[in-house]
Design a protein around this ligand. Sequence first.
Ligand code: ZN
Length: 165
Amino acid sequence: MSVLPILTWPDTRLSQVCQPVDDPGDVAHLIADMFDTMYAAPGRGLAAPQVGILARVFVMDPTWKDGEKTPMVCINPVITETSEDERVGEEACLSIPNVAADVRRPSEITLAYTDQDGVRREEHLTGFAATCAQHELDHLDGLVIFDRLSPEERTNLEAKFEARA
Ligand code: ZN
């Protein structure tokens, strides 16, 4: 297992739509490396394109920074239900270091995905876990937090990102 380099925006690989994974066994090694990379960063979610692999897989652990590990592997994830309620949460991204944005998203989702054992699951996510999953799923469609902002907010955040030390 190893810590992989994380691509930084605007690397063009962060703007690609990723390909479905045919066999979860093919990404077992990648997943182990992605967890190592995410925890080392340190972050709470990481999508395959952030380490240059254009496959529909992300890992997340929304609670480990609070002292409890709840690692989750999502292969070929699809949102099957979203709440009408929305939540504005501050989101950071390992590929856009040193800035954060307030992003509005559905506050609850149901996520269907294949886990690391190849089992198709469906899980209802709320709170930060729902936000985190939607952020990571965006990466699989070539979207980053900039793409979820108004044109004015985007311009401001891009300027802040470019001016970072
Ligand atoms: Zn991100």
